[in-house]
Every structure is written in structure tokens, then in C-alpha cells.
Design a protein around this ligand. Structure first.
Ligand SMILES: *[C@@H]1O[C@H](CO)[C@@H](O)[C@H](O)[C@H]1NC(C)=O
Ligand SMILES: *[C@@H]1O[C@H](CO)[C@@H](O)[C@H](O)[C@H]1NC(C)=O
Ligand SMILES: *[C@@H]1O[C@H](CO)[C@@H](O)[C@H](O)[C@H]1NC(C)=O
Ligand SMILES: *[C@@H]1O[C@H](CO)[C@@H](O)[C@H](O)[C@H]1NC(C)=O
Ligand SMILES: *[C@@H]1O[C@H](CO)[C@@H](O)[C@H](O)[C@H]1NC(C)=O
Ligand SMILES: [Zn+2]
Ligand SMILES: [Zn+2]
Length: 518
């Protein structure tokens, strides 16, 4: 009877007698055990057999395909065969949530379902475990929530009694939700996405809160913090990620210290929806758009104009500035205008000479530009600046001596007016001055060294105020700046293209989350 053609329906009903025999043959054939097939189904790599259909058969091909998917998701070579490393995966501690929701749908790097549709979220710790009392669980939970909060602009508050959006509890085996735990090891926790928000931790694990004492995989202790950070991700609406360094990778790993860009991108999509449009629409650089743009006469005008427009997703940016509430991005002789993050206005990019009427032709790069508190706009190039009225018509030409910038300074790299003190900062390379627009005079005590702004590399290409926050840009990266602490926020830099412009994820962007040069 057990010829072991993966007669799953049969196995389910005759598991008692069949198991031992089947197992032996399975091993000989290098094919999965019943438990391993159950694993592949549970985590979405094999379709569930349809209820009563006893004839449902998994073929060697479908098993091999499932193994490949599982290996790829885990970051192993996708061989489709049961090598020892793959065998290990079946036994690893992990989260009990599916990796792939639908085997026929494409795997995305970060998958999201839905968020809470609000920024203020309540939570409650219902109980602790035998090895980790409730008060220590609460401490870890608080720290875990704090890791996620800044990336969704979220605020968490604890409730002692009554309902809460997110609830943490421990339970063992069948704990009443139809997803029983499995005793020590393997599944250690699972969580339900919004609007349910329950997080369950397997009480048959030995939970601990001092990860330093353990070595990965060796110790019986399971680090509660590492697992909690992951499960909170689910409770906020994130699914599993196949990026091994992400918090949402399904297999247990310690230590967890911070989110990966993959996790952060998921949060941005879930909770920054107002700013981020759902599906990135790449800027359409078609004939019709460039036809709208009057051509600039030049010697090599035979060359196709399309080829000259830089790809916003794969470039650095000369500068970025917010003018009249919109984001202006400058690169080479082009300007893009975005009404909000990732939303390029129709008709852009345009040549900036066609936007700033009267700007001399010899100005072929815009190093920095800013909107003055009186509404006029100044473009800087070398020691000169050109001031435009709010409808982008040239008013006059000036030079930076007017700002009392010393003669030996060849150019400014960034000028912006802070919303923190309404002062204008004029940045050279490694130094900056502070100008009081109201008084029309430079503040005393300047220049200062850029290193005063901690965690920011310099020189910077741009600085902007966007929705009350200060951002700095350099190359492909940007930082959010904390004016109170005078330093860049934790978790920055992030890649500029994917967060500000409608650019798809790519492998490059993972390099841009550190202050190291590319
Ligand atoms: C899986 O996705 C495919 C197409 O993407 C769809 O036809 C199918 O119904 C989905 N199956 C389930 C179980 O959601
Ligand atoms: C913890 O709370 C959950 C949910 O209320 C419950 O199922 C479980 O039995 C509790 N565990 C202990 C040890 O009290
Ligand atoms: C700003 O622009 C207005 C015209 O819109 C002009 O009259 C004024 O002189 C400009 N301000 C400065 C400081 O140049
Ligand atoms: C810069 O402007 C000041 C005052 O507006 C003027 O005296 C000076 O000659 C100018 N310098 C240059 C190099 O244009
Ligand atoms: C800066 O200017 C804005 C608008 O003029 C004003 O509302 C705000 O109070 C000012 N802030 C400071 C710190 O002066
Ligand atoms: Zn998980
Ligand atoms: Zn549960």
C-alpha cells in the first residue's frame, strides 16, 4: 500500500500504520518525510490538498519545485533536492506564519497585507511565560515596539485592562485559535495581522531576555526580544521576507538589533500611504513628453534626446529642494517636480532653463536653490546667484558677497531655510554659515564645521524641509535630521530613489543604508 507516491490523503488517514514503513522508503528515495511535506504545505510551498480528495497526489516534480521555493526563500541554493542543509531547515526554530500566501503568485521581497489605518496603536501584555515573568516581557515588548514605531510614524501606548489592538500572550499546544503549537523547538510563535493583532508565543520554549548568553542554534533558550520584534512586524501587517538580514525572515536568528531596509520599505508602504502612491509609476520618458519640452540648440542636437535624460532611479542628484510646497529634483540640465513623494507631475522632467525664465544659458548645473521666506527663489552657481520671483521670472543677479561669504569660497553646495529657527544655512563643503533673513545679516560665530551635525557625512548635495522634517541628501542616500539632538536619526541613511521617487526596489539600494561610500 505504501508505495510512497506521496499519497497524502491516504497518509493522513493511515498515519498510525504507515508512518514507519513510508519513512524508510522516503529516506531511500531522498524524498521528504510526511512531516516535511506537512511543513511545505503549512508554509505555502505546496498547495493544500483539497479536503476529501484521497486521490490527490504530489508528484516528485511538484515536491522538487516546492523544495526549490523553500530553499530560495531561505537563501539556500535552489537545488530542489533534500541536501543536509535543507533538512536542517525543517527542524529550525521559526515563526509559524506562512512564508508564501499563494504558491502561484510571485514572491515579492516584502509582502504586506494591511496596516492599522491609524497611527496610534494600543497594546497589552496578557501574561508571561514560566521562564520570563510578565514584567520582563513588558520591557522587551516596549523595546521591540520602539524599533518599529519611527518607520510608520506610529505611537504605541500600553493598556492594562480592557481591549487593545495588539495583545501578547503565551500558550502551549492547542491554545484555542486552531493553530496549535508543537512543543519545544520548531514553531516558537505566530501572530495575526490587523485587524486581529494577537501575538502568541509557544510556552513550551524556554524564553529568555539576555541574548548575549546564547549562541545561535546551540542553546535551548529562545530570545524573546528577537522573536517579539518579528511577530510585531506581523501584527503591524508585514509578511515574511526572503531577505536573510531582514527581521521578517521566517527563521529564528539572534541577535536582532535593528530593522533591515526591506522591513522599513514594507512599513513605508503600509503606514506612509498618504505620501507613497501604491504602485510606483516610472516617469514616462516618451517622445510625447520630450516633444513638449522645447529643444535647446546645441552642436550635437542630432543625438536622441531620450538618451540624454538621466534615469532618476539610477543616478545621484545635483540638488533637491522644496519650492512652493513641491519637491524639485535637479540633475544635469533637467528638473523634475513632484507634488508629493513618488509622484512626478505631468510634463516633467523639463529643462530647467525652460522653467526658470531668464536664467543665463551658461548656467548648466544647479548646485543649490532655495525659496526665501519672502517667496523669491534663488539659484546659486559658483559665487553668483540669480533671484526669481514666485512665478519663476528672473528679477536680478547677485553674488554671495551679499551674504558676507568670504572671497576665497568658490561656491556653496547647499542652501536651505530651517523651519526650526527660520534661519538660512549656507553650506560650503565642510563648513556652514547661518544667515538671519529678517535682519539681513549673518549670525555671529560662523562658519562652523559640518561635523557639528552628527551622523551626517559631508559635503551634502541638498537639504530640505518636508512635512516639518529636515532631510539631507548626498549621492544616492538621504538622512532625516533631528534638530533637537543635532544629529541624524537612527535607521538612516535610506536610499533616495525608492523613498522619494517612483523607483522600484533593486539590489543596489541595500548598499545605501550605511554611511559607507558605495
Ligand atoms: C492564487 O493566485 C492565483 C493567481 O495569482 C489565483 O488564481 C488563485 O485563486 C490563488 N489561490 C488562492 C488559494 O488564493
Ligand atoms: C496566557 O493568556 C492566554 C490568553 O488569554 C491563555 O490562553 C493562556 O492560558 C495564559 N497562560 C498562562 C500561563 O496563564
Ligand atoms: C522679491 O520679489 C519681489 C517681487 O516679487 C521684489 O519686489 C523684491 O525686491 C524681491 N525681494 C528681494 C529681497 O529681492
Ligand atoms: C558682488 O556684489 C557686491 C555687492 O553687490 C559688489 O560690490 C561686488 O563687486 C560683486 N562682486 C563681483 C565679483 O561681482
Ligand atoms: C518661523 O516662521 C513661521 C512663518 O512665518 C512662523 O509661523 C514660525 O513661528 C516661525 N518660527 C520661529 C521659530 O521663529
Ligand atoms: Zn513570522
Ligand atoms: Zn495562536
Amino acid at each position: 500500500m505504501c508505495t510512497c507516491k506521496y499519497l497524502i490523503g491516504l497518509l493522513v488517514f493511515t498515519i498510525g500504520c504507515c508512518y514507519v514503513t513510508c519513512r524508510t522508503i522516503y529516506v531511500e528515495l531522498n524524498t521528504p518525510t510526511y512531516e516535511e511535506i506537512a511543513f511545505l504545505k503549512k508554509y505555502g510551498y505546496l498547495p493544500e490538498e483539497s479536503g476529501e480528495d484521497l486521490d490527490f497526489v504530489y508528484t516528485p516534480q511538484s515536491i522538487s519545485e516546492a523544495l526549490k521555493k523553500m530553499q530560495a526563500f531561505a537563501g539556500l541554493p535552489a537545488t530542489g533536492s533534500l541536501d543536509s542543509e535543507t533538512k536542517q531547515l525543517f527542524k529550525k526554530k521559526r515563526c509559524g506564519i506562512k512564508d508564501i500566501e499563494n504558491t502561484s503568485s510571485r514572491i515579492r521581497r516584502y509582502v504586506i497585507q494591511q496596516g492599522w489605518n491609524k497611527k496610534h496603536i494600543t497594546y497589552k501584555v496578557i501574561n508571561g511565560s514560566a521562564t520570563l515573568p510578565k514584567d520582563r516581557v513588558e520591557k522587551q515588548v516596549e523595546a521591540g515596539l520602539a524599533i518599529w514605531a519611527p518607520h510608520g510614524g506610529l505611537q504605541f501606548s500600553k493598556v492594562e485592562d480592557g481591549p487593545a489592538d495588539i495583545r501578547f500572550s503565551f500558550g502551549r499546544q492547542d491554545h484555542g485559535d486552531g493553530f496549535p503549537f508543537d512543543g519545544p523547538g520548531r514553531v516558537v510563535a505566530h501572530a495575526f495581522p490587523p485587524p486581529v493583532g494577537a501575538l502568541h508565543f509557544d510556552d513550551d520554549e524556554l524564553w529568555g531576555d539576555s541574548p548575549n548568553k546564547e549562541e545561535q542554534g546551540e542553546n535551548d533558550i529562545t530570545d524573546f526580544f528577537a522573536v517579539a520584534v518579528h511577530e510585531i512586524g506581523h501584527a503591524l501587517g508585514l509578511c515574511h521576507s526572503d531577505v536573510k538580514t531582514s527581521v521578517m525572515y521566517p527563521y529564528y536568528k539572534v541577535p536582532v538589533e535593528q530593522l533591515n531596509i526591506d522591513d522599513i520599505m514594507g512599513m513605508h508602504e503600509l503606514y506612509m500611504k498618504d505620501e507613497l502612491i501604491e504602485e510606483p509609476i516610472p516617469p514616462e520618458v516618451t517622445e510625447s513628453v520630450s516633444a513638449l519640452v522645447p529643444k535647446f540648440t546645441r552642436a550635437d542636437s542630432d543625438l536622441s534626446d531620450e538618451n540624454e535624460i538621466p534615469d532618476l532611479c539610477y543616478t545621484n542628484y545635483d540638488t533637491v529642494q522644496v519650492i512652493q510646497g513641491k519637491i524639485f529634483v535637479f540633475e544635469e540640465e533637467w528638473v523634475w517636480v513632484l507634488s508629493k513623494r513618488r509622484h512626478i507631475e505631468e510634463g516633467y522632467p523639463k529643462r530647467f532653463h525652460d522653467v526658470f525664465i531668464g536664467l543665463p544659458a551658461e548656467v548648466n548645473i544647479i548646485k543649490t536653490i532655495y525659496e526665501k521666506p519672502n517667496g523669491n527663489i534663488s539659484i546659486f552657481s559658483g559665487r553668483n546667484f540669480w533671484e526669481f520671483d514666485p512665478s519663476f521670472h528672473l528679477l536680478r543677479r547677485g553674488n554671495i558677497s551679499e551674504y558676507a561669504i568670504p572671497r576665497h569660497v568658490p561656491e556653496l553646495t547647499t542652501v536651505f531655510t530651517s523651519n526650526y529657527n527660520n534661519k538660512t544655512y549656507l553650506i560650503e563643503y565642510e563648513r556652514f554659515w547661518r544667515y538671519d533673513e529678517k535682519a539681513g545679516a549673518m549670525d555671529k560665530g560662523y562658519p562652523k564645521e559640518m561635523s557639528a551635525w552628527r551622523q551626517l557625512p559631508y559635503p551634502v548635495d541638498a537639504a530640505i524641509i518636508w512635512e516639518e522634517d529636515t532631510y539631507f541628501f548626498r549621492g544616492p542616500r538621504f538622512w532625516r535630521f533631528d534638530n533637537e539632538l543635532v544629529q541624524a536619526h537612527e535607521y538612516y541613511p535610506l536610499p533616495t530613489a525608492q523613498i522619494w521617487f517612483p523607483c522600484p526596489s533593486n539590489d543596489e539600494m541595500y548598499k545605501y543604508v550605511t554611511n559607507d561610500e558605495p
